[in-house]
Design a protein around this ligand. Sequence first.
Ligand SMILES: C[S@@+](CC[C@H](N)C(=O)[O-])C[C@H]1O[C@@H](n2cnc3c(N)ncnc32)[C@H](O)[C@@H]1O
Length: 298
Amino acid sequence: MKNNESIKIRDNQVINGDCIEALRSVDSDTVDLTFFDPPFNQGKDYLHFDDEQPTEEYWKWIDEVLDLINKKSSQGAAIYFMQREKNTEEVLHALRKTGWTFQNLIIWRKMTSAVPSEIRYGKQYQIIVYATKGDKPRIFNKLRANVPLPKNYKTERRNGVLLTDVWDDIRELTSGYFAGDEAIRDKNGNRMHTQQAPLALLLRVILSSSLPGDTVLDPTAGTGVTAMVASQLKRKSISIEIDPNYFELIKNRLSSLRKADDIVKLRAYYSPTEKLDEIWPYARPLDNFLFDKQQVIT
Ligand SMILES: C[S@@+](CC[C@H](N)C(=O)[O-])C[C@H]1O[C@@H](n2cnc3c(N)ncnc32)[C@H](O)[C@@H]1O
């Protein structure tokens, strides 16, 4: 497939096309951080992706994408690869094969949903593997957060808590009621993209593994959450999305930020982080945007 369109919205490049083709035209040494949230090959209904491929073909595709990202990344660049826990073994193998060094297996524990089973425990988390190009990350900002005290906990915390590899404080956007305001909907109230990741997740990834001015890549961008958060944090971004409808959605989302997408509300949570102003410039980049423009795509 040919790339249909590539546009720039301030420091954000948005490309409508196949990620492998689009990545080939990205200069080497450009990408400082990648968030990779591909379809999971679990039979979901994507218009432009066969989500029920033979396992081998699917992982061949993943290998090719990971390898290209590695080639386009700067030394020490980070990747966060999200997948279902069932595929942990394949994810670790694919990353190692394509030149990435394992750093953490992050457990993103869901707050309001689980996949039930008759024969095993219900599944309540997704994995996010954090890896780097080379042994040492070029940037790793240790975040501290005002995580709520456990019940009956007596000692007050003066300096928040250092984050660990278990993330149980970020609520997923479920398909139903709990999806809340952040979920992008069409004019009939239906979700535009059922795999939309929460901005709090990308905020954590981008704050931890990049600095203002860095370039953040999302090769399977969906609703453009990565670019939308990167832009507010004064990072540059490259988003690639194969589906033209989602491409329109990303353009729309970046051109006129909604109140629900404003990350400033989460700043107090990270206030105990050392030198927070350096990794999260306080100037409100949103002032230039129009808030609350309808996100309806016809
Ligand atoms: C799991 S979703 C990503 C959701 C995204 N993280 C978000 O928060 O909105 C995967 C996306 O990859 C896109 N996609 C599938 N194959 C692709 C390809 N070859 N190149 C680029 N994008 C692709 C799908 O259309 C889908 O929107």
